[in-house]
Design a protein around this ligand. Sequence first.
Ligand code: CTP
Ligand code: MG
Length: 181
Amino acid sequence: MAVLETIVVAFWAMLPAYVPNNAAVLAGGGRPIDGGRTWNGTRLLGDGKTWRGTAAGILAGLALAAVLTLLAPEVSAAIDIEVPEFTVPAAVALAAGAMLGDILASFLKRRTGRQRGAMFPGVDQLDFVVVSLPLTALLATDWFRTWFTWDVILVVVVLTPVLHVTTNVIAYKLGLKNEPW
Ligand code: CTP
Ligand code: MG
């Protein structure tokens, strides 16, 4: 695959995993998932992981996957690069996997003594990739093999932290997020 083609496919295929985190920031609030429960005196997840944010994130990822699937044939023809249409299992795995990765990261942050909102370099940027990709490989194996070739995976691992840092700085400057990470 040509470099540009690889980048376009990686970005398109990952969009349903990228958007849930941002949607969760916009929609978050209300009851925390852990219900306030603690483990060894520290919150299980913390107030930053809510039911509403998680549900909104997954729904946003699914909605985006549906829109991208409708657009894929026309976009592929227009830019002469074949971009993926999403199957239902692929969309679910990408969107839910992204939210699950973010939740697991919070769990790890609390266990390592990091307060809500604390920075965890590396984990903050790649948590959703680490869960959404294996989950997609598991739930949508053929789709995953078709689109997530090794070069696409490499681009995802490099591109995701860059996009994550950029969008979070923007969200912070717009006053949507409390911290720029
Ligand atoms: N959010 C949410 N539910 C989620 C993820 C995020 O409601 N599953 C919302 C919360 O309002 C959260 C904000 O989005 O404060 C920012 O998300 P994030 O940076 O992931 O959470 P933090 O507040 O930094 O908490 P943590 O340290 O646990 O990651
Ligand atoms: Mg945070």
